[in-house]
Design a protein around this ligand. Structure first.
Ligand SMILES: NC(=O)c1ccc[n+]([C@@H]2O[C@H](COP(=O)([O-])OP(=O)(O)OC[C@H]3O[C@@H](n4cnc5c(N)ncnc54)[C@H](OP(=O)(O)O)[C@@H]3O)[C@@H](O)[C@H]2O)c1
Length: 264
């Protein structure tokens, strides 16, 4: 009997992270569910993943810490005795700002959580793979969760967008840097959840601003992550799972664009 592979999902307690944890569990993986503050929700994800027949262990970490990547991966190693087969860098900071209000602290916070730690987790995985028992080529991978915004720019959420742009530009670079030990892919979802100050009415309209004019299913995005993790030929590429939202250009973030254009 083969042992199920392990995936580390950062921010796995809630929203897309929870969908990711459950999609991997459904596909026969065991899950290391990372959380920061959402312990109760992480326990729920754990129970639901276990109900699907997976093993699911919880790991806590503030990903803005400079040592977050190495410490988190060491914790995972301590729990499962090896490096996970895949890391899905899903956790992210999404605070509103623009060029006028962006400050050193907000830019650095977004970069630390959304860019630096995800990249360092990939590098730490490659180190662990080099030091561990050899596996087939393409076995280990990192999936960086991006945003359709990086393919469809507007200047809102300035610090967040800079941090995701840097991560998107790093996908191919890191795939080259970590080859042949670890594959690196990107996954760019479209709008899935109501966030920040967005009203339910605004979200209802915004979620249809894509080529299919229908809300994006987070479970479909999560299945795309499983596909990237399991298809050992995919490397240095980014999948856009967004109902075609990246092909609908807007001058502002869709939330503000909706507010500025009341329904005719
Ligand atoms: N929401 C959307 O519609 C949308 C659209 C496009 C792309 N995306 C991308 O998809 C991914 C998931 O989106 P989401 O809306 O589900 O995410 P989210 O709810 O905004 O955040 C997910 C988790 O990130 C964790 N997190 C934030 N800062 C952290 C830190 N310093 N250390 C550790 N954990 C931290 C939080 O964990 P705790 O709660 O445990 O503290 C949070 O639950 C993100 O990468 C996002 O950029 C989302």
């Amino acid at each position: 009997m083969t042992t199920a592979p392990w995936v580390l999902v950062t921010g796995g307690a809630t929203r897309l992270g929870r969908e990711l944890a459950l999609a991997f569990a459904r596909a026969g993986w065991n899950v290391l569910c990372h959380y920061r503050r959402s312990l109760a929700q992480a326990r729920q994800t754990q129970a639901d993943a276990e109900a699907l027949g997976a093993r699911c262990l919880l790991v806590a970490m503030d990903l803005a810490r400079p040592d977050a990547a190495t410490t988190l991966l060491a914790q995972c190693h301590g729990l499962i005795g090896a490096a996970p087969r895949c890391i899905v860098n899903n956790a992210s900071l999404f605070d509103a700002d623009d060029a006028a209000s962006a400050a050193s602290a907000t830019l650095q916070r977004h970069l630390a959580t959304n860019t630096v730690t995800p990249l360092l987790l990939g590098n730490a995985l490659a180190r662990a793979v080099r030091e561990g028992a050899p596996q087939g080529h393409g076995w280990h991978s990192v999936v960086h969760v991006l945003d359709q915004k990086v393919h469809n720019l507007n200047p809102d959420y300035f610090s967040y967008t800079v941090s995701k742009l840097a991560l998107e530009r790093s996908v191919a670079l890191q795939a080259q840097a970590l080859a042949p030990l670890v594959r690196v892919c990107g996954l760019s979802p479209g709008l899935m959840y109501q966030s920040g100050p967005q009203s339910a009415q605004n979200f209802e309209r915004a979620s249809r601003v894509n080529l299919l004019r229908t809300p994006l299913a987070p479970a479909d995005v999560a299945r795309a992550a499983v596909f990237l993790a399991e298809n050992t030929s995919l490397n240095g590429c980014t999948l856009q799972a967004d109902n075609g939202q990246h092909l609908v250009p807007l001058a502002r973030d869709v939330m503000y664009a909706i507010d500025e254009n009341p329904r005719p």
